[in-house]
Design a protein around this ligand. Structure first.
Ligand code: GTP
Ligand code: MG
Length: 297
């Protein structure tokens, strides 16, 4: 983007989800163009790195839109049915960040199937977000360096060796592949180009998937936003100006959800109680998933 480009009036909202330690935050940083999401060191095997921050808006990667990147907590650590409270609390907050819904979801999986085996991604996404979410999902395979070492091409892996055929079909065979171990952006130009093409295609379809969960949250966010916009929008502001201000106000609001939520600010009381409801229902879903898929296996 150059200094003379008009300001962005829209955004693409991208949610990243995946099992622990598959390189999700590394990809978030590659798309952010800088290191804003904490990366797990290979030595820290027990604890997961991603706690916060969870969101970042890259304002320069696209010429006319912002790219909002949400790095969700590693889903379904599944130590047991009730040990996912911190992750689900954080996921509920991510739902508020991505409101009114993601344009696209990156499902991050490793090319090393051993890392994925415990996680039925298709079922997890359907359990948490509903089946519609897969229509906007793109499978992102990390660790392609492990394929190179075995002299296996990505195409051969995708078509013949990968165990995720059902997931790929559910996502209309949309996929990306990357060695995300390096943050040298010059090595990721092709990945970023492909990612932006897929994101733009999904965005143009304008099928942001809806759910009661997002509807409730969005209504409350707009309620809070309404007062802020009244103070900021000058009478007679053009449509473009209004869109630019709205983007800025929502960006600030995302920061405030976490900060003011923590200190129980009254403006965020209703929102926090909605997030609490979502958190509880996510926990129930996780417990159900655990019982059906892990405990019985
Ligand atoms: N070999 C290899 N290592 C990778 C790749 N992507 C990430 N890593 C390494 O894997 C480790 C974890 O990376 P993260 O990006 O923090 O993974 P994550 O999924 O966000 O991890 P948590 O948030 O802790 O669940 C880091 O040491 C990365 O350098 C990859 O494609 N290949
Ligand atoms: Mg992470």
């Amino acid at each position: 983007m150059s200094a003379v480009d008009p300001p962005a009036t829209a955004e693409i909202r991208l949610l990243l989800i995946g099992p622990p330690k598959v390189g999700q935050s590394s990809i978030a940083n590659i798309l952010a163009g800088r290191n804003v999401f904490p990366i797990a060191t290979s030595s820290s095997t027990s604890k997961t790195a991603t706690r916060s921050p969870r969101h970042y808006t890259n304002k320069t990667i696209l010429s006319n839109k912002h790219l909002l990147i949400i790095d969700a907590p590693p889903l379904f650590v599944l130590k047991n049915a009730t040990s996912n409270e911190a992750e689900m609390k954080s996921l509920a907050e991510c739902i508020a960040y991505i409101s009114p819904g993601p344009h696209a979801i990156f499902l991050i999986l490793s090319c090393d199937d051993k890392k994925n085996d415990l996680f039925d991604m298709e079922k997890i996404v359907t359990t948490v977000f509903g089946a519609e979410a897969l229509k906007q999902a793109i499978v992102v395979f990390t660790n392609i360096d492990s394929l190179r070492k075995k002299n296996i091409s990505i195409e051969d892996f995708i078509n013949n060796q990968c165990k995720q055929q059902s997931l790929l079909d559910a996502c209309d065979r949309r996929y990306l592949a990357i060695d995300s171990s390096t943050n040298d952006l010059t090595k990721h130009e092709t990945f970023i180009k492909h990612a932006l093409v897929l994101l733009n295609n999904l965005c143009e379809k304008q099928t942001i998937f809806k759910s009661d969960m997002f509807d409730t949250i969005e209504k409350e966010l707009q309620h809070i936003e309404h007062h802020r916009l009244q103070d900021l929008l000058r009478p007679g502001a053009s449509v473009v100006e209004q869109k630019v201000v709205k983007l800025a106000v929502r960006e600030q609001l995302r920061d405030d959800i976490h900060t003011y939520g923590e200190i129980s600010d009254s403006t965020f009381f209703t929102l926090q109680s909605h997030l609490q409801t979502i958190f509880k229902s996510l926990l129930q879903e996780v417990a159900r998933y655990f019982e059906e898929n892990i405990a019985s296996s």
